[in-house]
Design a protein around this ligand. Sequence first.
Ligand SMILES: [Mg+2]
Length: 189
Amino acid sequence: MVLCVPVIVQVKRSYMFSKLFPMEIAESAYDIDYEALYKDGYRGIIYDIDNTLVPDNAPADAKSCRLVGSLKDMGYKCLVLSNNDLDRVKTFADKVGAGYIYKAAKPSVKGYREAMDKMGTDVNNTLFLGDQLFTDIWGANRAGIRNILVKPIDKRERMHILFKRVLEKVIMVFYRRSVKYKAATEDSR
Ligand SMILES: [Mg+2]
């Protein structure tokens, strides 16, 4: 009985945090097999901007423009969903050639749903990529969209984001434990 308590606490904690767990993790938004995903039926991609496609507050660069251009050539619709203001988001989106939603208030699901409406896609054929658990991933999970957590491009971040990164590390400990737990229970079947 006593031995059961830590297991129950562990499972409860994992459940509590599960909406913050990414569905997948990748090194970078530039390191994804988008062609394979297209073959799997995905048609719309929603991106966070800062530290996902470019460093925090950096302008659109050749790499981000090339990525969106090649995705559109493949047949994808692309949209950037950001909590940043109109000027930042529109300037970036216009340069890369993507749709945009600004001041999205992620993790609110409203922006994610609006993004799918704009792209003409739904939860079954839309992907989301972002670098933060408490805004990007939480919102995508709440909206029911397949999501990929990417590593932040720039490690030098502002103070309030650095604080969130510490909390993210704690959540990721529970995430890794839940992945191990799932793998162990699947192996034992
Ligand atoms: Mg970001």
